[in-house]
Design a protein around this ligand. Structure first.
Ligand SMILES: Cc1ncc(COP(=O)(O)O)c(C=O)c1O
Length: 463
């Protein structure tokens, strides 16, 4: 088909001389089709959500962009949620949604689990807040987590970001070195994010060596070729990076190389620990030197943890002269310790965990089947998944730099799934909640099928 010039977006790029190859006629009409559908969907969104719009107008007066958590900003304005019940959330305009955001994996227990409620009330009534001392409960939660996640000892923090910070500090003290190998697409907390480069908000820009995710040769070169390497920090599935699972071979090679280089192998399980009773490491057959944890393990309260080999963790043993300090007013907060422990011991038992993730795997499989031959694909593992829209619709994505997302199609999908009653992150991630009705998952599969059918002309693959 003969290439032709494009209106609007592409013509701007063409004015800048060296750009993408010219689009074909069918590509042009697809782009126009997406833009028309997107404009209509956005208009319906604005009409349906006046209270969220008003709330956003108020919020911009005291919060930059009306926001205190960048991920939650969506254009033209974010939906403001009023409440949640079970696996559902309700917005300020009284729409009901099935909660697929699942607080980015932290919300696994849903919004009103009776066990969580009971733990909160009994902690408040019988224990109290902020005792300013060590407590029995922190030891209970620590020993259960050591057992589940196969670590010798553990320390608590207030977030996954802090867990990363202190795990790195431990690795640096233990090895007496500074550099850290990380992977593109990796996210390890607010100041530890790596897209195709080192994020500007990193605190120590010079200390990072970036390797390619799921690329054994790149990992080996970076790990074994960097002098002064303290640690290798990696996720077994990149969560924020788009639910991109690592291959087992890749992870085993990273572990082996780290060992060879005398670096501490830190596995970030902040998101992935819920994929199996012993975390993703138990599925992949890994034995990291250190593991970072967080999210749901605080039962819905601010939480993080890092644990690992006794000799590495002992750098924090305050009985030792020259030990590293690790402080945090809320590290052993009574509410977090009691409620986190109740969730893990009474709700997310190993049996429940296995069944829950099997449900997620089956859901993912259905979505992968119905999206074949379209630009839409779903990636993930167990009850954590993500939707992508790419020109080829490749079903398996190994690394963020392999795909260029069609963000307009993704936006269109987001607007239309909201209209069907599904609350999903704008970037497309889905973290299932325990107790999500199977009928809602089946209905979602039908909604995706319907979306692909209605927009067939713009979602068929061009490659
Ligand atoms: C893999 C991973 N590590 C670390 C973090 C940081 O956790 P937090 O948001 O609790 O600081 C996140 C958060 O999403 C994460 O996904």
């Amino acid at each position: 088909m003969a290439p032709i010039a494009l209106a609007d977006t592409l013509s701007k790029e063409m004015a800048g001389v060296k750009t993408k190859p010219l689009a074909t006629v069918s590509e042009v009409s697809a782009i126009e089709g997406i833009q028309t559908a997107l404009a209509a969907a956005q208009a319906r969104f604005e009409n349906a959500n006046p209270n969220s719009k008003n709330q956003h107008d108020r919020a911009v007066k005291s919060l930059p962009g009306g926001n205190t958590r960048s991920l939650l900003h969506t254009s033209p304005f974010p939906l403001s949620m009023k409440s949640g019940k079970g696996p559902y959330v309700f917005d300020e305009d009284d729409h009901k949604y099935l909660d697929f955001v699942g607080e980015l994996t932290a919300g696994i227990y849903g919004h009103s689990h009776p066990v969580i409620r009971e733990a909160i009330l009994s902690t408040f009534d019988n224990v109290g807040l902020n005792l300013g001392s060590t407590t029995v409960q922190e030891e209970r939660h620590a020993s259960l987590m050591c057992e589940r996640f196969n670590v010798d000892s553990i320390r608590f923090t207030n977030s996954g970001t802090e867990a990363t910070t202190h795990a790195l500090a431990a690795a640096r003290r233990f090895t007496g070195r500074r550099k850290v190998v990380v992977f593109n697409g990796g996210y390890h907390g607010a100041v530890f994010s790596f897209g195709s480069g080192i994020a500007q908000n990193n605190v120590d820009l010079d200390d990072w060596v970036l390797a390619r995710y799921n690329d054994i040769a790149s990992a080996r070169t970076a790990i074994e070729g960097t002098s002064g390497l303290a640690a290798v920090l990696v996720e077994g599935m990149q969560g924020a990076g788009g639910c991109i699972p690592a291959t087992k071979d890749f992870m085993l090679a990273v572990q082996e190389s780290a060992k060879k280089a005398g670096a501490v192998f830190i596995l970030d399980e902040v998101m992935t620990s819920r994929l199996a009773p012993g975390g993703l490491q138990s599925i992949l057959g890994l034995k990291p030197d250190m593991t970072t944890l967080g999210k749901y393990l605080g039962g819905g309260f601010a939480f993080g943890a890092f644990g690992g080999r006794a000799d590495v963790m002992s750098v924090y043993d305050p009985r030792n002269k020259d030990s590293l300090a690790h402080s945090g007013t809320f590290n052993n907060n009574t509410m977090t310790m009691h409620v986190g422990h109740a969730g893990l011991s009474k709700i997310l038992t190993p049996e429940v965990n296995i069944e829950f993730n099997a449900m997620g795997d089956a859901f993912l499989e259905k979505l992968r089947t119905i999206t074949k031959g379209t630009k839409c694909c779903f990636t993930g593992r167990g009850a954590i998944l993500a939707v992508h829209f790419t020109p080829t619709g490749a079903q398996d994505i190994n690394c963020v730099d392999e795909v260029e997302e069609d963000l307009e199609l993704k936006d269109l999908f987001w607007f239309e799934m909201l209209e069907k009653g599904y609350w999903i992150t704008r970037r497309g991630s889905i973290a299932l909640i325990l107790g999500t009705p199977q009928e809602e998952l089946d209905r979602f599969v039908r909604c995706v099928e319907d979306f692909l059918d209605r927009h067939r002309s713009i979602v068929v693959t061009t490659a």
